[in-house]
Design a protein around this ligand. Structure first.
Ligand code: MF3
Ligand code: CO
Ligand code: CO
Length: 276
């Protein structure tokens, strides 16, 4: 099956949906403090989407084949949770690492982005893993250009993560996105340069590496959603939705609170639409 090429109308709609997803993260940031529960974070995000933005939370009742319906509006993945953590009554505590993953639907278009938060004072390891994972995402984004290949993205991420002594989760990947949540292509966060589909202007997909401080193996909890590291090591993830342009890439999930590009890619020539 072919990877869809978005037209100018689709791209304009995706810019809006993706900015709104990022703005949910801006909105929730001041609430991410010790003592707050992930259920409260979910409730606040859900209210903001519904009442302020007029967006629909894509995760709520989302049910891929073989899964139960996802019960909440966002994903909140703490410490050794790799992804798809379900918000609940657990309170955040000093030193926790938290990924908040937001996907909104606006006028039928999906915007998908996540950021890491460290509650209070993080350990040296936590800070280093979160920063390295951010750099991994951006090294992947920086590979995006017409004529490039999906494997270029995965390779850049894997090489950097493994050089730091970390591992790349294999079971989950980035994905095409537009008027469907999870579309072709699968964007692996490991691989070999020059392999995989060729990138063409108008493709839109996410890059969302999950990096473990320890081994890459996963275990899925009985709720059938929550995915943790098998060795209980810390895991981190960042996610942007990215458009392939005529000259390189445009990061679509940008808003006032989007963190800056890391120094490791800041001098790149392919910066259209990317935050400074
Ligand atoms: N937002 C996630 C992603 O990046 C998917 C979450 S699916 C859910 O693809 F059902 F767990 F919310
Ligand atoms: Co995604
Ligand atoms: Co996501």
């Amino acid at each position: 099956m072919a990877i869809s090429i978005k037209n100018e109308h689709d791209i304009a709609q995706m810019r809006v949906a993706c900015r709104l997803a990022s703005e949910v993260l801006d909105y929730i940031t001041p609430f991410v403090v010790a003592g707050v529960t992930t259920g409260e974070i979910d409730r606040l995000c859900h209210e903001y989407m519904t009442n302020v933005q007029g967006t629909v939370p894509a995760p709520l009742n989302y049910q891929p084949p073989g899964y139960p319906p996802y019960p909440k509006a966002i994903c909140t993945s703490i410490n050794d949770v790799i992804c798809h953590g379900i918000p609940g009554d657990k309170a955040l505590k000093n030193g926790d690492t938290l990924n908040i993953d937001v996907t909104v639907i606006k006028d039928g278009y999906f915007g998908d982005t996540s950021r890491m938060f460290i509650v209070g004072e993080g350990s040296i390891l936590a800070k280093r893993l979160v920063q390295t994972t951010y750099e991994c995402m951006w090294l992947g984004i920086d590979q995006v250009r017409p004529g490039g290949h999906l494997g270029d993205i995965g390779h850049a991420i894997q090489r950097y993560a493994e050089a730091q002594g970390y591992s790349v989760v294999r079971e989950y990947c980035g994905h095409g996105i537009g008027t469907v949540f999870h579309d072709e292509p699968q964007v692996l966060h490991y691989g070999r340069p020059g392999t995989g589909a060729e990138l063409l202007p108008g493709m839109i997909f996410t890059i969302e590496p999950m990096i473990n401080a320890g081994r890459r193996e996963i275990r899925t909890m009985p709720d059938q959603w929550t995915v943790k590291t098998k060795d209980r090591s810390l895991s981190a993830q960042w996610e942007h939705t990215v458009l392939v342009t005529e000259t390189g890439y445009e990061v679509l999930t940008v808003s006032a609170g989007t963190p800056a590009k890391p120094a490791i890619v800041a001098q790149s020539a392919q910066t259209a639409g990317a935050p400074a």
